[in-house]
Design a protein around this ligand. Structure first.
Ligand SMILES: [Zn+2]
Ligand SMILES: [Zn+2]
Length: 310
């Protein structure tokens, strides 16, 4: 709740006129408690989980010709009933774990110092803090994810997330309840280290989930703006991790590629990519265009047999 009754009072306290964004924030938040404002995170997550994957799920079900060439595993198809079941499972987890977690985590948000008042953060402050959050999350998530791929972690917890070997957007938050809780830690670490405004926190929560939905979408679009982010993994990168499944010791990072590169956990992926390029080059030379791949018709798996075959 803002400690001002009117816009003039707020303006006097700041010693300047409020910006347009600050006026909007005043009108929206002045009479709401900080706890109530923080609980908006639940609505935000519900919106992101339910609405953001829809266009890609539509592509998955409609199989529009022009977009089919961007499907990473073209032969892996889910029916509308399977897609709906995935969403239903995610929503069950949302109402029993994700939502309650937001409600009980309010004291920790107070403790780390997420603010709700004026001045609002500048664009530069938001950008700098979000960058830190993404780097911190990526690094800590890498190690937790890698740990979850040991025998115990995989069988007891992480196996659930890997039920989708060719993921779709709705499957991004599909996981065991324990994994949902554990992976809350990397998301919280960045804001705890560099606390900012509640608006920055909301942006962080939304962008992190949108990024996860993109990397689980099953589509790799060459025009995606994320292609311009340095060391960004993207859909094809994480799709490979799901394609290989439980045995996968590759591509653990959630956002960027450099952790897997530094710690040597992208060797299998890079080997397959190199083979894929060689096969495509070979068929181009022969005047045939055969997009390699075997099991699901995609770019993930090429055997040396492909290099020999006609
Ligand atoms: Zn995994
Ligand atoms: Zn995944």
């Amino acid at each position: 709740m803002l400690p001002y009754q009117t816009l003039d009072e707020a303006s006097d306290a700041l010693g300047r006129n409020l910006t347009y964004a600050e006026t909007l924030w005043f009108q929206y938040s002045a009479r709401k408690s900080d706890y109530f404002l923080y609980c908006h995170t639940i609505l935000l997550l519900f919106f992101v989980f339910s609405v953001v994957p829809l266009p890609l799920v539509f592509l998955e079900l409609a199989r529009l010709g022009g977009f089919e060439r961007f499907k990473i595993q073209p032969k892996a198809r889910l029916s509308s009933a399977q897609v709906f079941r995935c969403y239903k499972d995610v929503m069950r987890m949302f109402f029993f774990v994700v939502g309650p977690l937001q409600i009980v985590s309010y004291p920790s948000i107070r403790m780390i110092g997420i603010r709700t008042g004026f001045p609002l953060p500048s664009g530069w402050e938001i950008f700098a803090q979000l960058s830190v959050y993404f780097v911190v999350e990526d690094y800590s998530n890498y190690w937790i994810h890698r740990f979850l791929h040991n025998k115990w972690g995989y069988e007891k917890i992480h196996r659930v997330h890997h039920e989708y070997t060719a993921p779709i957007g709705f499957a991004a938050p599909y996981a065991h309840w324990a994994e949902v809780l554990i992976l809350g830690i990397p998301s919280f670490l960045g804001p705890a280290m560099v606390p900012g405004h509640l608006i920055t926190f909301w942006l962080w929560i939304a962008l992190r989930q949108i990024e996860a939905i993109e990397t689980h979408s099953g589509y790799d679009f060459p025009w995606s703006p994320t292609k311009y982010i340095p060391f960004y993994g993207g859909a094809e990168y994480h799709d490979y991790h799901h394609y290989v499944g439980g045995q996968s010791q590759n591509n653990f990072a959630s956002v960027f590629t450099y952790c897997d590169y530094i710690y040597g956990t992208d060797k299998g992926y890079r080997y397959q990519k190199k083979l894929f390029q060689k096969v495509n080059h070979y068929y181009k030379l022969k005047g045939e265009l055969k997009a390699g791949g075997q099991q699901n018709g995609g770019s993930h798996h090429i055997s040396t047999q492909d290099l020999k075959s006609d």
